[in-house]
Design a protein around this ligand. Structure first.
Ligand code: SAM
Length: 237
């Protein structure tokens, strides 16, 4: 059984997700007490695309984050570098276009997608700033970026309980459902080490995205960042 370290070596991250793939969605539902479904609905509402538009879901895993777009008649591409996750996804949803690829070197031409999104993936990417820049490159001018990621609770006492106690309990809970419970030690460590909401917003703006904003969900345990690619001829702000 493998787990990645906080160095996030791509081969280790991909192998870890290959391992958890068979029970990934079940464990997610269990650990979040079903909250992931609500978060996913909010992500889709924020991406806000119409049938006929093209969306890239980066680090799509088994495609659970891509499904709502396909269901709504939106042309969605689900990209991931874990072949294990892609295999589970393709078996579940043969109608979705799953592509093997790296978030830091997206296999698409410039200005291809109306929106680009990544759910609970960016934290696992070895060079997240590079991925944010790549998502800008493949998004059309005027197009949107939406990032859902675990973040830092805003209320101090809750932040302490959350990071010191709840996070440490994750591997024990995951033992009940996951094919690789040690991967959930990595999950807890990587959430603790991840930049807070303002810091991530800064990375997004520095990459060249405009109108960067975010909203907190569940007291900041999850944050949803949104940004736009400036129209040609306008300056980013
Ligand atoms: C926690 S899963 C999220 C899956 C899905 N988006 C969801 O919401 O259920 C994180 C995914 O990120 C993928 N990943 C991590 N680094 C990546 C990279 N550099 N390129 C592509 N996928 C990557 C992993 O393989 C894994 O499937």
């Amino acid at each position: 059984m493998s787990r990645a370290s906080l160095e996030k070596r791509p081969d280790e991250v991909a192998a870890m997700f290959d391992d958890v793939a068979p029970k990934y969605d079940l464990t997610n539902d269990l650990l979040s007490l079903g909250q992931t479904r609500r978060w996913r609905r909010i992500v889709v509402d924020t991406v806000d695309v119409r049938p006929g538009q093209r969306v890239l879901d980066v680090a799509a895993g088994t495609g659970t984050s891509s499904e709502p777009y396909a269901d709504a008649g939106v042309d969605v591409v689900a990209l991931d570098f874990s072949l294990g996750m892609l295999k589970v996804g393709k078996r579940r949803r043969p109608d979705i276009d799953f592509i093997a690829g790296d978030a830091t070197a997206l296999p698409f031409a410039d200005n291809t997608f109306d929106a680009t999104t990544i759910s609970f993936g960016l934290r696992n990417v070895n060079e997240p700033k590079k991925a944010i820049a790549e998502m800008l490159r493949v998004t059309k001018p005027g197009g949107k970026l939406v990032i859902a990621e675990f973040s830092h609770p805003t209320f101090g006492p809750f932040r302490t309980v959350y990071t010191e106690y709840l996070m440490r309990a994750l591997p024990a809970i995951a033992k009940r459902s996951s094919s690789n419970p040690t991967a959930y030690t990595y999950l807890a460590e990587s959430i603790r080490a991840w930049p807070d909401q303002d810091h991530l917003a800064q990375w997004i703006a520095e990459a060249g995205w405009s109108k960067v904003s975010y909203r907190n969900l569940n007291g900041g345990t999850v944050a949803l960042h949104r940004a736009y690619k400036a129209e040609a001829g306008t300056r980013s702000s």
